[in-house]
Design a protein around this ligand. Structure first.
Ligand code: SAH
Length: 258
């Protein structure tokens, strides 16, 4: 067996039925032919994913001990077993669109989502387990305290669903936090109807000062009076939905010098 390493966020799922539920939560939405598992560890999810014969399974795992174990457990799948860091790995190795699945290393889950956002056109569906509070935040709606930067950015491109929760006892070793499984399905917009770089900047800047009205939070943009007068700017970052941010971005674009 593989000795769990804390710095890699290794908490191995013990419960087979939960593992099967997670694997079964990938619906095939968008018709992808490839699945990428992030952090297969000792392969508890992998065993169910490897049974899906109409899809090719890829795995990326950073831990050499887990890699060695997986090579003996799934000899038929080693060709697509990559030893590496998902955050820096060049995804273009996978030839077409793919789904992502994983019981994520919780300490880097936000960074994983930022990478998913960069690649969203290639990723029709994602199912993952992460810390419950983070999962709640991602799926929460505007006006909610938990709503944050990644909620807006992910909801701009994906439909998000909170599927089920998993207790610490289901893992070895048990994590200090509760876990939850979410599903993301691409809305198929391909692009937003506005400048996406500016959209991201406005969302980030707004939430960095989430207690202020957007008029104050966005001071650094030096917006002209005609934009400053917008009613949307009376509100705070957490009160705007994706469409509001698109509207705001369009209004700011003519006055923005990157
Ligand atoms: N899927 C397994 C393990 C989950 S723990 C299970 O459910 O039991 C998270 C896994 O992600 C660990 O195996 C860890 O080694 C791996 N991991 C951590 N950081 C990673 C990274 N940057 N890229 C790929 N895998 C990573």
């Amino acid at each position: 067996m593989v000795k769990p390493k804390k710095h890699l966020g290794q908490h191995f799922l013990k419960e087979q039925s939960t593992a099967k539920n997670i694997a079964d939560s990938l619906t095939g939405f968008g018709g992808y032919k490839h699945i990428l598992e992030i952090g297969p560890g000792t392969g508890v999810l992998t065993q169910y994913l490897a049974e899906r014969h109409n899809q090719t399974l890829w795995m990326i795992e950073v831990d050499p001990d887990s890699i060695a174990y997986l090579e003996t457990r799934f000899p038929q799948a080693t060709e697509n077993l990559i030893e590496g860091d998902f955050l820096t790995w060049d995804i273009s190795v996978i030839p077409s669109s793919f789904a992502i699945i994983g019981n994520l290393p919780y300490n880097i889950s936000s960074q994983i989502f930022f990478k998913v956002l960069d690649l969203q056109q290639q990723i029709p569906e994602m199912v993952c387990m992460l810390q419950k509070e983070v999962a709640r935040r991602l799926v929460s709606a505007p006006g909610n305290k938990a709503y944050g930067i990644l909620s807006v950015l992910l909801q701009a491109f994906y439909k998000l669903e909170y599927l089920f929760e998993v207790k610490p006892e289901c893992f070895y070793p048990p994590p200090k936090v509760d876990s939850a499984v979410i599903r993301l399905q691409n809305l198929g917009k391909s692009r937003l109807e506005c400048d996406e770089v500016l959209f991201r900047r406005l969302v980030k800047q707004g939430f960095q000062n989430r207690r202020k009205t957007l008029r104050n939070a966005l001071k650094a943009f030096n917006l002209p009076q005609e934009v400053r007068a917008l009613e949307l700017l009376d509100r705070r970052a957490e009160q705007l939905g994706v469409e509001d941010y698109v509207t705001l971005t369009k209004s700011v674009t003519p006055f923005w010098n990157p």
